[in-house]
Ligand binder design. Structure first.
Ligand SMILES: [Zn+2]
Length: 173
């Protein structure tokens, strides 16, 4: 089921997401919804709190740029090591139309549970590295605009307020 993506600065996007105790069918159903919602919005990553579920689950698909990889679902992901630095112009499904340069680690190694509940360790490079750091930030209540200057963030806040207002008008609420 495709879910609605919350727009920043919705309070759930600023919340620390809770760890998953057990990867069960409910978690797998959430993962399915996250994939469907991400693909519907043409994103490369989505965190559960972006659809209003403050739990530590995220999905990623960077295969359009990294065909050697496959789509990934991560439960309780943790970055265990990071190397180098890179700057990438990031966007976010919770901030449509906004793009800002963000400095990240170039390569990260992530430990997580897959959709079967098995522990995995994955070294992430390129777009996958950027995307996993971006989505992990979401689980900690951080969005990419928290990495830019206060001035830029305030301009974005104003644009998002206008976008939110126009959406509410459109659905007639
Ligand atoms: Zn995002």
């Amino acid at each position: 089921m495709r879910r609605d993506i919350l727009l920043w600065p919705h309070p759930v996007l600023k919340q620390q997401a809770a760890p998953i105790a057990r990867v069960d069918d409910a978690v797998r159903a959430l993962i399915d919804d996250l994939f469907e919602t991400m693909y519907g919005a043409e994103g490369v990553g989505l965190a559960a709190n972006q659809v209003g579920v403050p739990q530590r689950v995220l999905v990623l698909d960077t295969t359009s740029r990294q065909p050697e990889l496959r789509p990934l679902a991560m439960v309780n992901p943790v970055i265990v090591s990071a190397e180098g630095e890179t700057v990438y112009a990031e966007g976010c499904l919770s901030l449509p139309g906004e793009v800002e340069d963000v400095e990240r680690a170039a390569v990260v190694t992530v430990r997580y549970l897959d959709e079967q509940g098995h522990a995995q360790t994955l070294r992430c490079e390129g777009l996958l590295s950027i995307a996993v750091q971006h989505e992990l930030d979401h689980l900690d209540g951080i969005v990419f605009v928290d990495h830019v200057s206060v001035l830029k963030r305030e301009l974005i806040r104003r644009r998002m307020k206008r976008l939110q207002a126009s959406r509410e008008l459109r659905v007639g609420t």
